[in-house]
Design a protein around this ligand. Structure first.
Ligand code: NAD
Ligand code: FE2
Length: 434
């Protein structure tokens, strides 16, 4: 079998990619089966994680009812912080440790599912907080063994946290976002019921849609798995391996679904579009869970971590924040213009999938065509105008660059090497687009 020439073998590079498929259940009514699923996973006393707003919504009521009607003992923790921090992860871990649970269910967005993963980890294997956090910020100590069973029920569609072995948080003292990455923290089951999306505010829908797009587009334009140095043993092959034929398949379809539905879904949603959005988020999650993201996400952790006074419409107003999807997409057009020449055809295909008119265009201009298409769609969905739209000025370029340059795992997964100066230039290009 021969794959695309993008995967041509390079001396010293890996010749193998592995596929970690998450266990997923998808469809209307699936939340009503969570009690049954929890029992099948051996749970009898369940800690349910959610945030204060989602706690008031139907999905939590459905899940709690399903657990109780299956005879399970349930305690709800509704204090998850939106865009979690090291402090809120520790508070969740304390709840998980004290409750003597034998399993967990998370009902909410990425903030809730990530907090549940981390709380499960630290309650099962207590350690200094930075031990399990990725290097160089943390010590990247391997997770010692299996965790307690966890069923993740997303109420957003962007993060695909139900599919991934990733938990992201804001490390307050360093003003930077970072995370824990291990296949051991992945949920045992993801339960996706598209009807939960009907109550999402418009800008949350937009931020989620662009997060999905960027997961998928970063995955197909990532460094090919054949160019990552071959590991010394199979156990050292990373979870995120670079672009590969399996993730390509899921990601191009995810981009097509977002391209077709996101503008309408933000401005005037149709009931049908929720199925497509939720499915797109899941596909991109499967893709980036194996391939990995690169520069737009690597830059986003500094953009979110250094927030000044931005308060987005649709999120809680108790603290300033740049929500994840927004902190990613403000970087993406600048990045894809830069990375275009490294794999033009892949950028061109992504532009086509997003709905760009390719009449009379050249494949080698793929990066610019894709960037222009994203900018047009950002404007149509109310996304801020680049970094200046979320409160940054040229005076912030060095701080943004220094904090992102530390995200080595992501920067190295791009299709071309990027120096510190080039990274600074990308932030400068991302300052405003229109
Ligand atoms: N683990 C991963 O693989 C991964 C990947 C990408 C991002 N993340 C992380 O996920 C977090 C962002 O998650 P998110 O975008 O899903 O949003 P979120 O969980 O932060 O929620 C955003 C807002 O929407 C509200 N909300 C959620 N569901 C709702 C619903 N159905 N109806 C009404 N309101 C609802 C929440 O209360 C909150 O105010 C960030 O911390 C980000 O870094 C994790
Ligand atoms: Fe993301």
């Amino acid at each position: 079998m021969s794959f695309s020439s993008y995967f041509t073998h390079k001396t010293g590079g890996d010749s193998i990619f592995s596929v970690e498929a998450p266990k997923i259940k998808f469809g209307h009514g699936s939340l009503n089966e969570v009690g049954d699923d929890a029992k099948a996973l051996g749970m009898s006393r369940v800690g349910v994680f959610t945030d204060p707003r989602v706690a008031q919504q139907e999905p939590v009521a459905k899940v709690v009812e399903s657990l109780k009607s299956n005879g399970l003992d349930v305690e709800v923790y509704d204090q998850v912080a939106v865009e979690p921090t090291d402090i809120s992860f520790k508070q969740g871990s304390q709840f998980a440790s004290e409750g003597k649970f034998d399993g967990f269910v998370s009902v909410g967005g990425g903030s809730v599912m990530d907090t549940c993963k981390a709380s499960n980890l630290y309650s099962c294997y207590p350690a200094d907080f930075l031990d399990y956090v990725t290097a160089p910020i943390g010590k990247a100590v391997p997770v010692p063994g299996a965790l307690k069973p966890h069923i993740a029920c997303p109420t957003t569609f962007g993060t695909a946290s139900e599919c991934t072995g990733i938990a992201i948080f804001d490390l307050l003292e360093m003003e930077v976002k970072t995370g824990i990455v291990s296949p051991m923290i992945r949920a045992n089951l993801g339960v996706l019921d598209p009807s939960v999306l009907s109550s999402l505010p418009p800008l949350v829908r937009a931020a989620n849609g662009f997060d999905v797009f960027s997961h998928a587009c970063e995955s197909i334009t990532a460094r090919p798995y054949t160019h990552r140095t071959a590991p010394e043993s199979s156990q050292q092959r990373p979870l995120t391996q670079g672009a590969n034929p399996y993730s390509d398949l899921a990601c191009l379809e995810a981009i097509k679904l977002i391209g077709t539905h996101i503008v309408q879904a933000v401005n005037d949603p149709l009931e049908d579009s929720y199925d497509s959005l939720m499915f797109a988020g899941m596909l991109a999650g499967i893709g980036f869970g194996n391939a990995g993201c690169h520069l737009p996400h690597g830059m986003s952790y500094a953009v979110a971590g250094l927030v000044k006074d931005y308060t987005p419409e649709g999120w809680p107003t108790d603290h300033n924040m740049i929500p994840h999807g927004i902190s990613v997409i403000v970087n993406s057009p600048a990045v894809f213009r830069k990375t275009g020449p490294a794999c033009a055809e892949r950028h061109w295909k992504a532009a086509a999938a997003m709905g760009a008119d390719l009449t009379d265009t050249k494949v080698e201009d793929g990066g610019d065509i894709l960037a222009d298409q994203i900018i047009g769609m950002m404007r149509e969905t109310g996304i801020p105008n680049g970094l200046s739209g979320v409160g940054y000025t040229m005076d912030d370029l060095d701080a943004l660059t220094d904090r992102s340059y530390a995200q080595k795992r992501l920067i190295d997964n791009g299709p071309m090497p990027i120096s510190r100066d080039e990274l600074k230039e990308l932030f400068s290009e991302a300052m405003s687009y229109w």
